[in-house]
Design a protein around this ligand. Structure first.
Ligand code: M6R
Length: 593
């Protein structure tokens, strides 16, 4: 949800550097973009509607009416929330006197009242955004001095923000956060600020995380403040282990297929971690009076799969809910509860709010996340990192299977069979390595070519593969834009089977376990109504019109079963001329409610 990137240092091409860095954050928002850069006593702003990835940075000079040499600049790539996709609504936003420019990620909940108040004071608004009020507020308080004006303006805001501020009369770059991510990168005599690390990974791996209600002022050094106590604070520099290549597409045409292919290694990375953390979390689950798994979208489906794995492997009940629904269930939460968040980004606002609610009730909170140092990582009592490397395609793939692997291993740890779980997953990783090859992709491509023009598709599964049917539908919807729905196979006859007509594709996920006979008979019911059955299974069956083989991996079947559907979704997107990395209306992490 919106990418922010800024630079302050010795280089004089800050504007161009910021545009190039923003291109690496485009997955966070891609409907419009803009930059602000400082020259002498002026803040220059340039904005465009469209994807920043398509902008030729060498043309910047001819497009702006001032020299572009600058050593301080900031930029924003937008995913619209307040106001349509227009140049006026794109960030940065100027204050009325154009002395201040602001970029912002998050939502200012009281912007309507603030806008009214500022209008009454004579400020006129150029955009429909909630952000513009921040710029005018800083101007309104400018007699306090720049830093105090910013602090005062921030104290008037309700809601979540990551905000960056440039001022014509001040050489300092200011940033503050509450609820939306901001990370400071420290290079040699230069600093970067970004909403995600890939923006500056080519320059530095030394980072400092800004926490909620903290501000950083960057001049020759970075000075951090706690906004609540108004005191200076020390920040630890953390060296991250992502390399610059891991955040690039390399030889692949899209991040989505790169990340699908990386599943050859990511399962192994997820499980090859300190075993103590799995046993520790297993102990916490055993101790807790009620465990909740919480996530959104794909991560929510992983949570549901987790509840089946915990039940079957460890004979343990866990509750599952979407992040957005968690507050409605909070009355059950006590200081003896355990809430486990599952998330790729660690920034999804609905999941984060669930953790905040749980913490207020005194519950223990854990997270299973990919992005180290993210908000969920920082507020959790304990975290397991996926170690999947940066996931940049909007559609989650390698993070999904890493989350499934970790929940599978946790289930085994709960049943004191950690070693057995590890052997199963090592074998699964090796089977995935063999499975992911060009011939396999070609076989799925033939299916994609056959069904590329259908209006709807359905996916059925049972047991731990029922959540994979739901996840398959999300994958197909978000990148192919084909109407897709997932069901528990046994539910079809209670209504959805009315949707089946001649030739309608139905993917049946058939695990080689006790659910096999029932899901096959559900597929037969669909076929007898004219449905075209695509079987995902270790073994072929008469009912399948098209068979995609997956390895036999016992309880790890959800991991291998979702991979061919990820490939199918990717190929359908390409055939239908959609950009799989940046699907319409979506952004990689949803940091607003
Ligand atoms: O970063 P998170 O895992 O918390 O994100 C949750 C969902 O927004 C995410 O899984 C979304 O559903 C993906 N686009 C699915 O591919």
């Amino acid at each position: 949800m919106c990418g922010i990137f800024a630079y302050k240092g010795q280089k004089t091409n800050a504007a161009q550097l910021v545009i190039n860095g923003l291109k690496k954050l485009e997955y966070r928002g891609y409907d419009s973009w803009g930059i602000a850069f400082k020259t002498d006593h002026r803040v220059n702003v340039y904005k465009e509607v469209g994807k920043i990835g398509e902008f030729d940075v060498s043309t910047l000079q001819e497009k702006v009416d001032s020299p572009t040499e600058s050593s301080m600049a900031m930029g924003h790539s937008r995913w619209a929330t307040h106001g349509g996709v227009t140049k006026e609504n794109a960030h940065p936003h100027y204050s009325a006197d154009k002395s201040i420019a602001i970029v912002h990620n998050g939502i200012i909940e009281n912007y309507v009242e603030l806008r009214k108040e500022l209008k009454e004071k004579g400020y006129s608004f150029k955009s429909e955004t909630d952000t513009e009020v921040i710029a005018h507020l800083v101007q309104e308080y400018k007699d306090l001095g720049h830093i105090e004006a910013v602090k005062k303006a921030l104290s008037r805001l309700k809601g979540r923000y990551a905000v960056l501020i440039l001022c014509a009369e001040d050489n300092r770059l200011i940033a503050a956060r509450r609820g939306s991510p901001l990370i400071v990168g420290k290079g040699d005599n230069e600093f970067f600020i970004a909403s995600d690390i890939p923006a500056f990974l080519q320059y530095t791996r030394k980072v400092m995380y800004l926490d909620d209600d903290q501000m950083v002022i960057i001049n020759d050094d970075a000075v951090f403040y706690d906004l609540k106590s108004n005191k200076e604070i020390e920040k630890r520099i953390v060296e991250i282990d992502w390399n610059a290549e891991s955040a690039e597409k390399g030889e692949f045409p899209h991040f989505m297929i790169k990340e699908i292919t990386e599943q050859k290694e990511t399962i192994t990375r997820a499980i090859n971690q300190d075993e103590k953390q799995f046993t520790h979390i297993a102990q916490e689950i055993k101790k807790a009076y009620g465990t909740y798994l919480v996530g959104c979208g794909t991560a929510g489906k992983v949570c549901l799969a987790g509840s089946y794995l915990f039940a079957k492997i460890a004979k343990r009940h866990v509750n599952v809910t979407f992040g957005s629904e968690f507050p409605s269930l909070q009355d059950f939460i006590t200081d003896r509860s355990l809430v486990i968040a599952v998330s790729q980004s660690g920034e999804t606002a609905d999941t984060l709010e669930a953790l905040e609610v749980a913490k207020k009730k005194g519950a223990k909170v854990l997270s299973i996340i990919n992005v180290e140092g993210s908000s969920m990582d920082r507020i959790s009592d304990y975290a397991i990192h996926l170690k999947a490397g940066p996931e940049k395609a909007v559609a989650s793939t390698k993070a999904t299977t890493a989350q499934l692997a970790i929940l599978t291993l946790l289930s085994y740890a709960l049943d004191n069979r950690l070693e057995e779980g590890k052997i199963l997953l090592v074998n699964t990783a090796s089977q995935i390595n063999d499975m992911l090859n060009p011939r396999y992709e070609d076989h799925i491509l033939k299916l994609a070519e056959k069904i590329q023009d259908v209006e709807s598709m359905y996916v059925i599964g049972k047991g731990s593969n029922y959540p994979m049917a739901l996840e398959a539908a999300i994958k197909l919807q978000e990148v192919s834009y084909i109407h897709a729905e997932g069901f528990a196979g046994g539910e079809l006859k209670h209504g959805p089977i009315a949707l089946i007509d001649k030739g309608v594709p139905c993917i049946a996920i058939v695990a080689n376990d006790e659910t096999k006979h029932e899901i096959i008979s559900n597929a037969i019911e669909v076929k007898s109504r004219g449905g075209y059955i695509i079987g995902i299974s270790p073994e072929n069956h008469d009912v399948f019109d098209y068979w995609i083989k997956v390895p036999e991996v016992g309880e790890a079947s959800p991991i291998v079963n979702i991979i061919p559907i990820q490939i199918l979704a990717y190929q359908l997107a390409i055939l239908r001329k959609n950009n799989p990395d940046m699907p319409r209306n979506l952004a990689k992490s949803v940091t607003v409610k």
